[in-house]
Design a protein around this ligand. Structure first.
Ligand code: 8IG
Length: 272
């Protein structure tokens, strides 16, 4: 499907087409859990089980290759030790790519159409709490959507109370009782925030700032999935840290945190 065709198609039909393609190519009719890998989380899915099929994102209807170094453009089917089928989406479309909100949440809707009942969203983000040194994983307890848009169209009123499942956050704390929680503010990016915008985010109650996740979580809830979100604080948000932000710092923090977050993710998925 070309981009133009995709934009002119009902988004749920497009997700159905992608899910059918995935079922055909992986040989798995229904997946159980979807995992979206954000910055720094690329290798974290290795421990969750055995990869039984790997698709290139750009072969799956409606998907496209990621435009950011450090984001992996594959879709994998993984069999966990517990016998669950995980759909690992290494390719996330960000709102700042300008492809529209439908493209941003296509992966999430595809996961739901592929049978997933649970959606695990990971991201790399900026932290507002100085105790969170780069490489600290933080559970998302709620979000503030600062994108001024929604993945839902028309009069689609969806309740977002307990959007980020308190049940799964509890399971995560069983795996690692030291995990903190934070409120994630999604900015559109692609620029990082100014220090003033970070202070604004802090005053309205945010403790994490990023460029993904909130729109995906909304689409996931709307599609009926139980949503779990976990951030890797890869940098202190602008002005919190005395040094300027760099994408290299982000990648480095992700690599250093690799072993811890890999084990964490595998432990959480095992308990779902
Ligand atoms: I990685 O500091 C990463 N992503 N908005 N701000 C925003 N997104 C981010 C940041 C950050 N770090």
């Amino acid at each position: 499907m070309s981009t133009t065709e995709f934009l002119n198609t009902d988004p749920f039909d497009a997700a159905r087409a992608a899910a059918d393609y995935i079922a055909e190519e992986t040989g798995i009719d229904a997946h159980d859990v979807a995992l979206v890998l954000g910055s720094g989380w690329g290798d974290a899915a290795e421990l969750i089980g055995e990869t039984t099929a790997t698709l290139s994102a750009d072969e799956v209807p409606g998907f496209s290759s990621p435009s950011v170094v450090g984001h992996v453009g594959t879709i994998r089917s993984v069999l966990t030790k517990e016998g669950k089928r995980a759909l690992v989406l290494g390719a996330r479309t960000h709102y700042y790519e300008g492809k529209g909100v439908r493209a941003v949440v296509h992966g999430v809707r595809t996961a739901a159409a592929a049978g997933c009942k649970t959606l695990v969203l990971t991201n790399g983000c900026g932290g507002l709490n100085e105790d969170w040194t780069p490489g600290t994983p933080v559970l998302i307890s709620d979000h503030i959507n600062l994108t001024a848009t929604s993945p839902l169209e028309g009069a689609t009123f969806v309740d977002l109370t307990d959007l980020y499942s308190s049940r799964i956050r509890g399971l995560a704390r069983e795996v690692d009782p030291t995990l903190d929680e934070g409120i994630y503010a999604q900015f559109t990016g692609p620029h990082y925030e100014t220090p003033a915008e970070v202070q604004y985010a802090k005053r309205i109650g945010a403790s994490l700032v990023g460029m993904s996740t909130a729109l995906e979580a909304i689409a996931g809830r709307h599609a009926g999935m139980e949503v779990f979100g976990i951030s890797l604080v890869t940098n202190l948000a602008a002005g919190i840290s005395p040094v300027p932000l760099s994408h290299e710092e982000v990648l480095g923090a992700g690599q250093a945190a690799g072993p811890r977050i890999s084990k964490l993710l595998a432990g959480i998925i095992a308990k779902l």
